[in-house]
Structure formats: C-alpha cells, structure tokens
Design a protein around this ligand. Structure first.
Ligand SMILES: Cc1cc2nc3c(=O)[nH]c(=O)nc-3n(C[C@H](O)[C@H](O)[C@H](O)COP(=O)(O)OP(=O)(O)OC[C@H]3O[C@@H](n4cnc5c(N)ncnc54)[C@H](O)[C@@H]3O)c2cc1C
Length: 110
C-alpha cells in the first residue's frame, strides 16, 4: 500500500533575502512549496567584491539546476593571498581549487 504526502497549504515565511533566505526560497520553489520572503532593505546594491563559494555548497546549486549558469559567470579560485592589517604581503597558498569559484555579489541596501 502506498502512502501519499499532502503538500503543505500554509506558506513558509522567510525573513531576510540574504543568500540563506534566497537559497531556501529556491529550494522550496523546486519542491513546489509556497513561501513568502520578507526583506527590510528597500533595494539591492553591488557589494563591490567577489563571493567565494567553496565545494561544500556547490551540490546545492547542482540540485537546483543552476550550477552551469553560475560557473559561466565565475572564475576559478587559484590561490589565497594573505596580508596582515598593514597590508604587508605574508604569502600565499597556491594550488588548484577546481570547485571553488568567485561570483559577483549583490547585497541589500539598508
Ligand atoms: C565582508 C564579508 C565578506 C564575506 N565573504 C564571503 C565569501 O566570500 N564567501 C562566503 O561564503 N561568505 C562570505 N561572507 C559571509 C556571508 O556573507 C554570510 O555568511 C551570508 O551573507 C549569511 O547569509 P544570511 O542569509 O544568513 O544572512 P545575511 O546575508 O546577513 O542576510 C540577512 C538578510 O535579512 C534581512 N533582515 C534582517 N532582519 C530582518 C527583519 N527583521 N525583517 C526583514 N529582513 C531582515 C537583512 O536586511 C539581510 O538582507 C562574507 C561576509 C562579509 C561580512
């Protein structure tokens, strides 16, 4: 005998349209679960820096079917340069981090 699971009729309320809230919204969307996202900031503005995504989060982008799109606007992470608070160059960690990428980042304008 098979069991059926009813889709919840109460929408999920997500407070904050940061990367966590938006990712949860995308996951709920793909699961056909209704949701609302509330964000206190009135607009988005460029952060002006790159966002490093490490390997542990990339499977989520693959599951959502947006990994290839993300990769197409990203650059591979090839080294980590380390500076102290006076911006003296302390060295770098080289290597080939194939699954770490940089993407352009937007942040809410509070
Ligand atoms: C300078 C800097 C560089 C970083 N670089 C990286 C990086 O390269 N790679 C990486 O993985 N992580 C990086 N991080 C960490 C990353 O930004 C955070 O881990 C991530 O943004 C957390 O996401 P979040 O959705 O939990 O919270 P947030 O991004 O802080 O989003 C929370 C959202 O909730 C909204 N909010 C808060 N309270 C309310 C409310 N009461 N009602 C409505 N809306 C509300 C806020 O306006 C905001 O938009 C960096 C952080 C900083 C500060």
């Amino acid at each position: 005998m098979s069991e059926t699971v009813d889709t919840p009729t109460i929408p999920v309320l997500i407070v904050g349209a940061g990367i966590g809230g938006l990712m949860l919204g995308a996951v709920l969307e793909s699961a056909n679960i209704s949701y609302h996202i509330l964000e206190r900031a009135a607009e988005l503005r460029p952060l002006g820096s790159a966002l490093a995504l490490s390997a542990n989060i990339l499977p989520v982008f693959e599951q959502l079917g947006i990994y290839e799109d993300l990769k197409s606007v990203s650059l591979p992470h090839v080294s980590v340069d380390i500076f102290n608070t006076r911006l003296d160059d302390l060295g770098s960690i080289g290597g080939s981090f194939h699954k770490i990428v940089y993407v352009q980042c937007m942040t809410p304008n509070e």
